[in-house]
Design a protein around this ligand. Sequence first.
Ligand code: ZN
Length: 362
Amino acid sequence: MSEQRAETRYDVIVQGGQVLDPGAGIAGRYDLGIRDGHVAAIAPALDPADAATVIDATGQIVTPGLVDLHTHVYWGVTYWGIEADPVAARSGVTTWIDVGSAGAYSFPGFRRYIAEPSRSRIFALLNLSSIGLIAPTWEFANPDYWNVDLAEQIVNANRDLILGIKARIDQNTTRGVGIRPLERARELADRVDLPLMVHIGNGPPSLEEVAALLRPGDILTHCFTGGTMCILGEDGRVLPQIRELQARGLILDIGHGTGSFSFAVAEAMLAQGVLPDTISSDIHQLAVQGPMYDLPTTLSKFLALGMSLPDVIERATARPAAAIGRPDLGTLRLGAVADLALWRLEEGVQSYRWHTPSTGSA
Ligand SMILES: [Zn+2]
């Protein structure tokens, strides 16, 4: 044989795994061929001789790399920040959306020292508060920091990284100023035409005041909070206002964190047929010590609550990618970026330890 190829057809073949990409409707035993960082083939059997590297995924589940819609990775500058890369390597989260760690004053540093050098793919939702989450609380207590004009400038100069606006609205962040910062965040999101993510917890303000300012495509994070802004009414039913908003396109996001996820609320929601639209971690320097730990642990809670594996995976891949306007991520479609995660699904008894944080939530 005289034929010699200078290079193989694929750089990598991931062989023999159960591929699961619910967003693309892919489920089954397939080999994946990867070339130049993109999915170049997905087929029942590829020839291992066609790849420089073959990864044996027999007995494993192969999904798109996870997309975590609620994280805090501005390490060293903000109270909540962790480093993304060490956690990414062990948790399968390849795309991180940092939500509100940086405001207008601190975004240039976030860009240069966090987003650009990280091996993980990092995007941001810009905090309306110019100081972002430097401190655990009070970022909206001073109205001087609700600088819509400056935030608009920062968004327009960084649209490759800034994919939305963030506002934490609860008693610890808005102390004394009520709903007004959310009105400014609404104005900002409308001006730059990006989704608005709103964090809820313990009011004031009330959830009704918040809901009045939400639009289709916006994201309500900590949606299963057990705080006073709980989306269940006194009768234990999901508030009709929220159901109607979700039907029109409001995204209900988990944002587990330390104090923002109630099993009781989750059980009630699922029993009423209301599933979260996205499952995110709200990973931060307290939550990584439990009860959240990481996104896969959070996903496993929803399996324990009775959701199916495809429903859970879709809510941590294609759906959060769509929420930030990047449907090219969180998928294994032909031509997609080859972000992959390999899993083993293990059954057993798992204790989800609970502790009550003393410092609010991010
Ligand atoms: Zn958070």
